[in-house]
Design a protein around this ligand. Structure first.
Ligand code: SF4
Length: 413
Protein backbone atom coordinates (compact mmCIF):
# COMPACT_ATOMS: atom_id res chain seq x y z
CA UNK A 1 0.00 0.00 0.00
CA UNK A 2 1.60 3.27 -1.13
CA UNK A 3 0.26 6.63 -0.02
CA UNK A 4 1.24 10.03 -1.35
CA UNK A 5 0.36 12.82 1.09
CA UNK A 6 0.33 16.33 -0.31
CA UNK A 7 0.66 19.09 2.26
CA UNK A 8 -0.19 21.99 0.05
CA UNK A 9 -1.34 22.04 -3.56
CA UNK A 10 0.43 25.29 -4.27
CA UNK A 11 1.84 28.34 -2.57
CA UNK A 12 3.17 27.79 0.90
CA UNK A 13 4.75 31.14 1.62
CA UNK A 14 8.37 29.98 1.54
CA UNK A 15 10.63 31.29 -1.19
CA UNK A 16 12.73 28.84 -3.21
CA UNK A 17 15.85 30.17 -1.50
CA UNK A 18 14.52 29.30 1.97
CA UNK A 19 13.25 25.93 0.79
CA UNK A 20 16.75 25.01 -0.36
CA UNK A 21 18.38 26.43 2.78
CA UNK A 22 15.99 24.57 5.09
CA UNK A 23 16.55 21.36 3.15
CA UNK A 24 20.33 21.78 3.45
CA UNK A 25 20.24 22.42 7.19
CA UNK A 26 17.82 19.54 7.79
CA UNK A 27 15.12 21.89 8.99
CA UNK A 28 12.59 21.08 6.31
CA UNK A 29 10.30 18.96 8.48
CA UNK A 30 9.55 21.99 10.59
CA UNK A 31 7.69 23.46 7.65
CA UNK A 32 5.91 20.28 6.70
CA UNK A 33 2.20 20.17 7.23
CA UNK A 34 2.00 19.20 10.88
CA UNK A 35 -1.40 17.53 10.51
CA UNK A 36 -0.01 15.15 7.90
CA UNK A 37 3.08 14.42 10.00
CA UNK A 38 0.82 13.48 12.92
CA UNK A 39 -1.40 11.27 10.74
CA UNK A 40 1.65 9.61 9.26
CA UNK A 41 3.26 8.84 12.62
CA UNK A 42 -0.04 7.47 13.98
CA UNK A 43 -0.62 5.24 10.94
CA UNK A 44 2.99 4.09 10.88
CA UNK A 45 2.57 2.66 14.34
CA UNK A 46 -0.60 0.79 13.39
CA UNK A 47 -0.14 -0.21 9.73
CA UNK A 48 2.61 -1.19 7.32
CA UNK A 49 1.62 1.27 4.58
CA UNK A 50 4.37 3.26 2.88
CA UNK A 51 3.55 6.98 3.26
CA UNK A 52 5.41 9.86 1.75
CA UNK A 53 4.66 13.51 2.51
CA UNK A 54 5.31 16.16 -0.09
CA UNK A 55 4.88 19.69 1.05
CA UNK A 56 6.93 22.26 -0.67
CA UNK A 57 8.70 19.81 -2.94
CA UNK A 58 7.19 19.28 -6.40
CA UNK A 59 4.73 16.49 -5.74
CA UNK A 60 3.60 16.29 -9.37
CA UNK A 61 6.77 14.36 -10.34
CA UNK A 62 5.55 11.53 -8.13
CA UNK A 63 2.64 10.34 -10.24
CA UNK A 64 4.56 7.79 -12.25
CA UNK A 65 5.04 5.84 -9.01
CA UNK A 66 1.40 4.69 -8.98
CA UNK A 67 0.28 5.47 -5.47
CA UNK A 68 -2.78 3.59 -4.18
CA UNK A 69 -3.99 6.63 -2.29
CA UNK A 70 -3.35 10.32 -2.91
CA UNK A 71 -4.31 12.30 0.18
CA UNK A 72 -4.39 16.08 -0.05
CA UNK A 73 -4.45 18.28 3.02
CA UNK A 74 -6.41 21.49 2.57
CA UNK A 75 -5.89 23.47 5.72
CA UNK A 76 -5.51 26.82 4.05
CA UNK A 77 -8.36 28.46 2.24
CA UNK A 78 -7.40 29.44 -1.31
CA UNK A 79 -9.50 31.96 -3.09
CA UNK A 80 -8.89 30.42 -6.46
CA UNK A 81 -11.55 27.72 -6.39
CA UNK A 82 -11.25 26.95 -10.11
CA UNK A 83 -7.55 26.38 -9.77
CA UNK A 84 -8.15 23.77 -7.07
CA UNK A 85 -10.65 21.98 -9.29
CA UNK A 86 -8.24 21.99 -12.24
CA UNK A 87 -5.52 20.47 -10.08
CA UNK A 88 -7.88 17.73 -8.81
CA UNK A 89 -8.80 16.94 -12.43
CA UNK A 90 -5.15 16.74 -13.44
CA UNK A 91 -4.34 14.45 -10.55
CA UNK A 92 -7.25 12.19 -11.56
CA UNK A 93 -6.04 12.13 -15.18
CA UNK A 94 -2.46 11.29 -14.33
CA UNK A 95 -3.32 8.81 -11.62
CA UNK A 96 -6.62 7.25 -12.71
CA UNK A 97 -6.33 4.22 -10.44
CA UNK A 98 -5.52 6.05 -7.22
CA UNK A 99 -8.07 6.80 -4.56
CA UNK A 100 -8.06 10.59 -4.20
CA UNK A 101 -9.07 11.92 -0.81
CA UNK A 102 -9.06 15.32 0.88
CA UNK A 103 -8.85 16.42 4.49
CA UNK A 104 -8.41 19.59 6.50
CA UNK A 105 -10.58 22.50 7.51
CA UNK A 106 -10.96 23.94 4.04
CA UNK A 107 -11.89 20.61 2.45
CA UNK A 108 -14.53 20.13 5.13
CA UNK A 109 -16.08 23.57 4.65
CA UNK A 110 -16.07 23.11 0.88
CA UNK A 111 -17.13 19.46 0.80
CA UNK A 112 -20.18 19.92 -1.44
CA UNK A 113 -18.13 21.85 -3.98
CA UNK A 114 -15.15 19.46 -4.03
CA UNK A 115 -16.83 16.06 -3.90
CA UNK A 116 -17.46 15.84 -7.66
CA UNK A 117 -13.70 15.71 -8.26
CA UNK A 118 -12.40 13.39 -5.54
CA UNK A 119 -13.43 10.06 -3.97
CA UNK A 120 -13.97 11.18 -0.39
CA UNK A 121 -13.36 13.99 2.09
CA UNK A 122 -12.32 13.31 5.67
CA UNK A 123 -14.46 15.15 8.20
CA UNK A 124 -12.75 16.19 11.42
CA UNK A 125 -9.41 14.84 12.58
CA UNK A 126 -7.73 12.36 10.29
CA UNK A 127 -5.57 10.01 12.37
CA UNK A 128 -8.13 7.30 13.11
CA UNK A 129 -10.25 7.58 9.92
CA UNK A 130 -7.06 7.39 7.88
CA UNK A 131 -5.74 4.39 9.76
CA UNK A 132 -9.08 2.62 9.27
CA UNK A 133 -9.00 3.42 5.57
CA UNK A 134 -5.52 1.92 5.24
CA UNK A 135 -6.66 -1.22 7.03
CA UNK A 136 -9.90 -1.67 5.06
CA UNK A 137 -9.79 -4.41 2.43
CA UNK A 138 -12.56 -2.86 0.38
CA UNK A 139 -11.69 0.82 0.65
CA UNK A 140 -14.55 2.18 -1.42
CA UNK A 141 -17.08 0.23 0.65
CA UNK A 142 -15.44 1.47 3.86
CA UNK A 143 -15.67 5.10 2.70
CA UNK A 144 -19.38 4.68 1.97
CA UNK A 145 -20.17 3.03 5.29
CA UNK A 146 -18.30 5.37 7.64
CA UNK A 147 -19.90 8.68 8.73
CA UNK A 148 -16.66 10.65 8.99
CA UNK A 149 -15.82 10.25 5.30
CA UNK A 150 -17.98 12.46 3.08
CA UNK A 151 -18.79 10.91 -0.28
CA UNK A 152 -21.10 12.00 -3.08
CA UNK A 153 -24.73 12.00 -2.00
CA UNK A 154 -23.96 10.89 1.55
CA UNK A 155 -26.52 12.29 3.97
CA UNK A 156 -25.45 10.63 7.22
CA UNK A 157 -22.08 12.12 8.12
CA UNK A 158 -20.30 13.66 11.11
CA UNK A 159 -16.81 14.91 12.02
CA UNK A 160 -14.35 12.67 13.81
CA UNK A 161 -12.96 14.22 16.99
CA UNK A 162 -10.08 12.52 18.75
CA UNK A 163 -11.00 12.54 22.43
CA UNK A 164 -7.71 11.28 23.82
CA UNK A 165 -4.74 13.27 22.51
CA UNK A 166 -2.37 10.96 24.38
CA UNK A 167 -2.91 8.49 21.54
CA UNK A 168 -0.92 10.73 19.21
CA UNK A 169 2.59 9.60 18.39
CA UNK A 170 5.67 11.87 18.19
CA UNK A 171 6.29 13.13 14.65
CA UNK A 172 9.28 12.56 12.38
CA UNK A 173 11.83 15.32 12.46
CA UNK A 174 15.30 16.10 11.22
CA UNK A 175 17.84 18.46 12.75
CA UNK A 176 17.64 19.74 16.31
CA UNK A 177 14.29 21.49 16.42
CA UNK A 178 10.87 19.97 16.48
CA UNK A 179 7.26 21.11 16.68
CA UNK A 180 5.57 19.89 19.85
CA UNK A 181 1.81 20.25 20.20
CA UNK A 182 0.25 19.71 23.57
CA UNK A 183 -3.26 21.03 22.93
CA UNK A 184 -5.64 21.13 20.00
CA UNK A 185 -7.84 23.99 18.84
CA UNK A 186 -9.08 27.04 20.68
CA UNK A 187 -11.88 27.42 23.23
CA UNK A 188 -12.69 30.99 22.17
CA UNK A 189 -15.16 32.08 19.52
CA UNK A 190 -13.95 35.23 17.78
CA UNK A 191 -16.46 36.04 15.06
CA UNK A 192 -13.88 36.31 12.28
CA UNK A 193 -11.73 33.31 13.19
CA UNK A 194 -11.03 30.79 10.47
CA UNK A 195 -11.08 28.07 13.13
CA UNK A 196 -14.72 28.89 13.79
CA UNK A 197 -15.88 25.43 12.73
CA UNK A 198 -13.02 23.45 14.18
CA UNK A 199 -13.36 20.72 16.88
CA UNK A 200 -13.29 21.66 20.58
CA UNK A 201 -10.22 22.50 22.64
CA UNK A 202 -8.40 19.47 24.12
CA UNK A 203 -5.11 18.77 25.97
CA UNK A 204 -2.54 16.00 26.29
CA UNK A 205 -1.70 14.79 29.79
CA UNK A 206 1.52 16.11 31.35
CA UNK A 207 2.81 12.51 31.51
CA UNK A 208 2.41 12.15 27.75
CA UNK A 209 3.98 15.57 27.11
CA UNK A 210 7.03 14.61 29.19
CA UNK A 211 7.28 11.24 27.45
CA UNK A 212 7.27 13.00 24.05
CA UNK A 213 9.89 15.54 25.17
CA UNK A 214 12.14 12.75 26.43
CA UNK A 215 11.67 10.86 23.17
CA UNK A 216 12.55 13.89 21.03
CA UNK A 217 15.58 14.70 23.19
CA UNK A 218 16.78 11.09 22.88
CA UNK A 219 16.60 11.61 19.11
CA UNK A 220 18.71 14.77 19.25
CA UNK A 221 16.14 17.57 19.67
CA UNK A 222 17.32 20.68 21.49
CA UNK A 223 14.56 23.14 20.65
CA UNK A 224 10.77 22.88 20.85
CA UNK A 225 8.41 25.05 18.85
CA UNK A 226 4.76 25.31 19.82
CA UNK A 227 2.06 25.93 17.27
CA UNK A 228 -0.89 25.37 19.59
CA UNK A 229 -3.86 27.61 18.78
CA UNK A 230 -4.39 28.58 22.39
CA UNK A 231 -1.20 28.10 24.34
CA UNK A 232 -1.09 28.78 28.11
CA UNK A 233 -4.78 28.16 28.68
CA UNK A 234 -3.87 25.54 31.24
CA UNK A 235 -1.23 27.33 33.30
CA UNK A 236 -0.16 24.23 35.24
CA UNK A 237 0.28 22.10 32.13
CA UNK A 238 2.33 24.77 30.40
CA UNK A 239 4.49 25.64 33.39
CA UNK A 240 5.31 21.97 33.94
CA UNK A 241 6.05 21.52 30.23
CA UNK A 242 8.33 24.56 30.06
CA UNK A 243 10.08 23.64 33.34
CA UNK A 244 10.66 20.11 32.05
CA UNK A 245 12.24 21.52 28.89
CA UNK A 246 14.52 23.67 31.07
CA UNK A 247 15.47 20.67 33.25
CA UNK A 248 16.46 18.87 30.06
CA UNK A 249 18.60 21.82 28.97
CA UNK A 250 16.55 22.46 25.85
CA UNK A 251 14.90 25.63 24.55
CA UNK A 252 11.23 26.44 23.98
CA UNK A 253 9.88 28.82 21.38
CA UNK A 254 6.27 29.86 21.51
CA UNK A 255 5.35 31.22 18.13
CA UNK A 256 1.86 32.47 18.83
CA UNK A 257 -0.11 33.03 21.93
CA UNK A 258 -3.41 34.20 23.14
CA UNK A 259 -2.34 37.04 25.45
CA UNK A 260 -5.23 36.59 27.84
CA UNK A 261 -3.62 33.46 29.30
CA UNK A 262 -0.19 34.95 29.98
CA UNK A 263 0.59 35.00 33.71
CA UNK A 264 3.67 35.64 35.85
CA UNK A 265 4.07 31.90 36.41
CA UNK A 266 4.03 31.24 32.66
CA UNK A 267 6.56 34.00 32.06
CA UNK A 268 8.83 32.68 34.80
CA UNK A 269 8.83 29.22 33.27
CA UNK A 270 9.14 30.56 29.75
CA UNK A 271 12.00 32.92 30.53
CA UNK A 272 13.78 29.98 32.19
CA UNK A 273 13.82 27.81 29.10
CA UNK A 274 14.20 30.40 26.40
CA UNK A 275 17.84 31.33 26.25
CA UNK A 276 17.40 33.89 23.51
CA UNK A 277 14.50 35.58 25.33
CA UNK A 278 13.05 36.58 22.04
CA UNK A 279 10.64 33.99 20.85
CA UNK A 280 7.57 34.76 22.91
CA UNK A 281 5.19 36.88 20.98
CA UNK A 282 2.11 38.74 22.05
CA UNK A 283 0.67 37.83 18.74
CA UNK A 284 -2.74 39.30 19.00
CA UNK A 285 -4.62 40.26 15.91
CA UNK A 286 -6.26 43.50 16.88
CA UNK A 287 -6.78 47.15 16.46
CA UNK A 288 -5.84 48.77 19.76
CA UNK A 289 -9.31 49.83 20.81
CA UNK A 290 -11.89 48.66 23.30
CA UNK A 291 -14.36 48.46 20.46
CA UNK A 292 -12.33 45.73 18.77
CA UNK A 293 -12.64 43.43 21.78
CA UNK A 294 -16.34 44.20 22.27
CA UNK A 295 -17.35 43.59 18.70
CA UNK A 296 -15.25 40.59 17.73
CA UNK A 297 -15.63 38.47 20.85
CA UNK A 298 -11.83 38.36 21.24
CA UNK A 299 -11.12 37.26 24.81
CA UNK A 300 -10.00 40.02 27.16
CA UNK A 301 -10.28 43.77 27.03
CA UNK A 302 -8.06 46.52 25.77
CA UNK A 303 -7.01 47.28 29.39
CA UNK A 304 -5.93 43.67 29.98
CA UNK A 305 -4.08 43.69 26.66
CA UNK A 306 -2.04 46.70 27.81
CA UNK A 307 -1.37 45.14 31.22
CA UNK A 308 -0.06 41.97 29.59
CA UNK A 309 2.29 43.94 27.35
CA UNK A 310 3.80 45.60 30.42
CA UNK A 311 4.05 42.22 32.16
CA UNK A 312 5.90 40.60 29.26
CA UNK A 313 8.27 43.55 29.11
CA UNK A 314 9.04 43.20 32.84
CA UNK A 315 10.42 39.77 31.99
CA UNK A 316 12.53 41.35 29.25
CA UNK A 317 10.76 39.35 26.57
CA UNK A 318 9.93 40.92 23.28
CA UNK A 319 6.46 41.94 22.26
CA UNK A 320 5.19 41.47 18.74
CA UNK A 321 1.67 42.24 17.65
CA UNK A 322 -0.42 41.96 14.55
CA UNK A 323 -2.73 44.88 13.92
CA UNK A 324 -5.55 43.68 11.79
CA UNK A 325 -7.77 46.21 10.10
CA UNK A 326 -10.69 46.19 7.69
CA UNK A 327 -13.62 45.13 9.86
CA UNK A 328 -17.01 46.03 8.38
CA UNK A 329 -17.58 48.77 10.99
CA UNK A 330 -14.35 50.53 10.03
CA UNK A 331 -15.50 51.78 6.67
CA UNK A 332 -13.97 55.22 6.90
CA UNK A 333 -11.72 55.06 9.91
CA UNK A 334 -7.97 55.51 9.50
CA UNK A 335 -6.24 53.82 12.42
CA UNK A 336 -2.72 54.90 11.40
CA UNK A 337 -2.35 57.65 14.07
CA UNK A 338 -3.77 55.36 16.75
CA UNK A 339 -1.39 52.53 15.88
CA UNK A 340 1.46 54.99 15.66
CA UNK A 341 0.84 56.31 19.20
CA UNK A 342 0.25 52.86 20.58
CA UNK A 343 3.49 51.40 19.16
CA UNK A 344 5.48 54.31 20.59
CA UNK A 345 3.84 54.43 23.99
CA UNK A 346 4.04 50.68 24.57
CA UNK A 347 7.42 50.26 22.96
CA UNK A 348 6.31 47.37 20.76
CA UNK A 349 9.35 45.52 19.43
CA UNK A 350 7.87 44.55 16.13
CA UNK A 351 4.49 44.56 14.58
CA UNK A 352 2.68 43.54 11.49
CA UNK A 353 -0.24 45.22 9.81
CA UNK A 354 -2.60 42.85 8.07
CA UNK A 355 -5.83 43.36 6.25
CA UNK A 356 -8.75 41.33 7.54
CA UNK A 357 -9.52 38.29 5.42
CA UNK A 358 -12.99 36.96 5.93
CA UNK A 359 -13.03 33.22 5.56
CA UNK A 360 -15.92 31.37 4.03
CA UNK A 361 -18.01 29.81 6.77
CA UNK A 362 -17.05 32.12 9.65
CA UNK A 363 -19.68 34.07 11.60
CA UNK A 364 -18.46 37.41 10.31
CA UNK A 365 -18.40 36.14 6.71
CA UNK A 366 -22.01 35.04 7.01
CA UNK A 367 -22.95 38.37 8.57
CA UNK A 368 -21.21 40.33 5.81
CA UNK A 369 -22.93 38.16 3.21
CA UNK A 370 -26.33 38.89 4.75
CA UNK A 371 -25.58 42.58 4.44
CA UNK A 372 -24.58 42.09 0.79
CA UNK A 373 -21.05 43.27 1.51
CA UNK A 374 -19.56 40.25 -0.27
CA UNK A 375 -20.75 38.18 -3.17
CA UNK A 376 -21.28 34.44 -3.32
CA UNK A 377 -18.18 33.60 -5.31
CA UNK A 378 -15.67 34.92 -2.79
CA UNK A 379 -14.11 32.31 -0.53
CA UNK A 380 -11.84 34.82 1.11
CA UNK A 381 -13.35 38.27 1.21
CA UNK A 382 -10.87 41.07 1.72
CA UNK A 383 -12.63 44.01 3.32
CA UNK A 384 -14.30 45.56 0.26
CA UNK A 385 -16.08 47.95 2.66
CA UNK A 386 -12.91 49.57 3.98
CA UNK A 387 -12.03 52.78 2.19
CA UNK A 388 -8.72 53.24 3.98
CA UNK A 389 -5.90 51.23 2.47
CA UNK A 390 -2.99 50.36 4.70
CA UNK A 391 -0.13 48.21 3.46
CA UNK A 392 1.38 45.18 5.07
CA UNK A 393 4.64 45.91 6.82
CA UNK A 394 6.86 44.46 9.47
CA UNK A 395 9.20 46.63 11.42
CA UNK A 396 11.79 45.26 13.71
CA UNK A 397 13.26 48.06 15.76
CA UNK A 398 16.27 46.03 16.76
CA UNK A 399 17.50 45.31 13.26
CA UNK A 400 16.09 48.61 12.00
CA UNK A 401 15.07 46.71 8.93
CA UNK A 402 11.90 47.56 7.11
CA UNK A 403 10.83 44.47 5.29
CA UNK A 404 8.13 45.89 3.07
CA UNK A 405 6.50 49.08 1.96
CA UNK A 406 8.96 51.34 3.68
CA UNK A 407 7.23 54.45 2.52
CA UNK A 408 4.02 53.48 4.27
CA UNK A 409 5.96 52.64 7.40
CA UNK A 410 7.53 56.07 7.34
CA UNK A 411 4.14 57.60 6.83
CA UNK A 412 2.65 55.79 9.79
CA UNK A 413 5.56 56.13 12.14
S1 SF4 B 1 -8.48 33.50 20.16
FE1 SF4 B 1 -7.46 33.31 18.15
S2 SF4 B 1 -7.58 31.12 17.59
FE2 SF4 B 1 -9.09 31.51 19.27
S3 SF4 B 1 -11.03 31.92 18.25
FE3 SF4 B 1 -10.04 33.90 18.59
S4 SF4 B 1 -8.84 34.33 16.73
FE4 SF4 B 1 -9.40 32.14 16.72
Amino acid sequence: MKVLMIGNLYKNGLSLFFKIVFKLINFDNFFKNHGLLTIKSYCKKHTTAFMKIFDYMPWFFEFKKNYDIIAISMVILHNDHNRNIKIFQKIRKRSPNSLIILGGMYAEVMKEKFIDYVDAICLGEGEIPFKELLEATDKKAYLEQTPYWYTKNKTNFSSYIMKDLDLLEPVEFTGKKVVLTITKNCPEKCIYCKFDNSPPYREKSIEKVKEDIKYYISKGAKGFFFIDDSPFKNEKLWCETLDFITENKATAYVLHNNFIYITENILNSYAGCNKSKSAIALNIDCIPTEEFFNKTGKPGTFEIFKEKIRLIQRYKLKVQTIFIYGFPWEENIDYSPLINDFVKEYNIDSYNLAELELYYGTQLYNEAKKQNLIDDEQLIAVSPWTKIKYKKLVINKETKRLYKDEYIANKIL
